[in-house]
Design a protein around this ligand. Structure first.
Ligand code: MV4
Length: 446
């Protein structure tokens, strides 16, 4: 097992990783920018290193500072968390070049999944279902027109280097294609420095369902079922559920079997999430994330697993020690992401937290680095807490979430707690019958 783990992140996820390390008996090194000197992840770490000024590019994204911090503290592994450098294959390579273990997949797999065209080609060869579309990159307008005609409008032009919703353009009919083509290519070139694009049939009312997997370094691959992440606004998820209210257990088992067999063939290791669009009873793979995700706790609650502990054990070379048959799904879990934003305008509301009283009781979990007196800095992501509930049924999970949201007191800054209370009351949410578009209409101004 590792001697010491450096956590290359901040906020609640840095705390989440520290908690797993502490239970494994592994000392931790926190890194922080000058804006985060008083942050909870620094206070609770065994050691801490200041890695630079507030802007992330000069601190949490600054490879040399992070590598130096690991070397001077004698850390033999780095956990990247989510965001920042978590999906950067060059970082993973540099970490390994210093004979430090990167807690995550191989740089080769990170690179493959970072290229959405390569990721789709790999999944297609493994028998994972895809959205109908171009076989690879589309080189010119004539080819685009031929493919769009063949698959049928509406179509979506996507950047190969994109993901998370950036660099996409819809063409509803043939007359729209040329404009969409030009805009998508130009946006891809300026946003990612890579103008490669591909084409897919546009699905107009899908759900966003993702599958959590873990693979050890010895060829064992398991899945922990799905999360439904359809409740989003402008590609920011607000609420996630495990399992999906739209999915039957047999559909989960079937997809899981195809995916785990495929990832075993691919030699994938550590944690990963496959994203699918789900419409009319069909799954279509769109992207794979090679990191721990924000919403991993809902999976932890229904599967009774510590995914971060598993990531660390796997990276240290241990075997999973269980098979798919050992993984069970118990009840239902819901996560509400609480952000420091105005619940109506979504403008960020950094500032000092005067009162902080998190909810508690049976089946309630709060992952947060907040405390009374803490000043939320303006430099980073606005998420300040994840409220997760677990209950025997979806109905009881919603009831539990409503009462936990009533208890949650954060004062001094505005947060999205009141919005979450409204979502929990909405008939469309309560019925479970929603698509990726519902929340944007519900909150308005989407
Ligand atoms: C799509 C789609 C409809 N049809 N692909 C947006 C983010 C990126 N991960 C993929 N995205 C989409 N791809 C086809 N062929 C609709 C979306 C999409 C979306 C997907 C998941 C969650 C939220 C979304 C919001 C808008 C569009």
């Amino acid at each position: 097992m590792f001697r010491k783990i450096l956590i290359a992140n901040r906020g609640e996820i840095a705390l989440r990783i520290q908690r797993a390390c502490r239970e494994l008996g592994i000392p931790t090194v926190a890194v922080h920018s000058t804006a985060d000197a008083d942050a909870m992840h620094v206070r609770l770490a065994d050691e801490s290193v200041c890695i630079g000024p507030p802007p992330a590019r000069d601190s949490y994204l600054h490879l040399p500072s992070l590598l130096s911090a690991a070397v001077v503290t004698g850390a033999d592994a780095i956990h990247p968390g989510y965001g920042f450098l978590s999906e950067n294959p060059r970082f993973a390579e540099m970490v390994e070049a210093h004979r430090i273990t990167f807690i995550g997949p191989s740089p080769q797999h990170m690179r493959m999944m970072g290229d959405k065209i390569a990721a789709k080609a790999a999944m297609a060869s493994l028998g994972v279902p895809l959205v109908p579309g171009s076989d690879g990159a589309v080189e010119d307008m004539r080819e685009a027109s031929r493919i769009a005609g063949a698959i049928g409008y509406p179509v979506l032009i996507k950047a190969a280097a994109g993901g998370g919703g950036r660099g996409m353009k819809v063409a509803h009919q043939a007359e729209d294609l040329e404009d969409a083509w030009r805009i998508a290519r130009a946006e891809a070139a300026s946003a990612f420095g890579d103008d490669a694009v591909y084409i897919e049939k546009y699905l107009d009312r899908p759900r966003h369902i993702e599958l959590q997997v873990l693979a050890d370094n010895h060829g064992n691959v398991v899945h922990f079922g799905e999360r439904d992440c359809s409740l989003q606004r402008r590609h920011q998820k607000l609420v996630e559920e495990a399992g999906s209210p739209a999915l039957a257990p047999a559909e989960r088992d079937q997809l899981g079997a195809v995916v785990t067999a495929g990832l075993q063939k691919l030699g994938y290791r550590n944690a990963g999430t496959l994203e699918f669009l789900y419409q009319d009873g069909q799954f279509a793979f769109i992207e794979m994330n090679t990191r721990l995700q924000v919403e991993h706790p809902v999976t932890e609650m229904v599967c009774n697993v510590d995914l971060v502990r598993e990531q660390i054990r796997i990276a240290a070379g241990e075997t999973l020690g269980y098979t798919q048959a050992d993984i069970t799904f118990d009840g239902h879990a819901i996560e509400c992401r609480v952000t420091a934003e105005d619940p109506e305008t979504f403008l960020p509301t950094p500032g000092q937290v005067s009162v902080y009283v998190p909810p508690g009781g049976l089946g309630v979990r709060v992952d947060s680095a907040l405390y009374a007196g803490y000043v939320v800095p303006p430099y980073y992501d606005s998420m300040v807490a994840k409220l997760i509930v677990h209950a025997p049924t979806r109905e009881r999970a919603i009831a539990r979430m409503r009462r936990a949201l009533m208890e949650f007191a954060i004062q001094g800054i505005r947060t999205t707690v009141p919005l979450h209370r409204r979502i929990m009351e909405a008939p469309e949410f309560r019925s479970g019958d929603y698509t990726i578009h519902w929340l944007e209409r519900f909150v308005g101004g989407g």
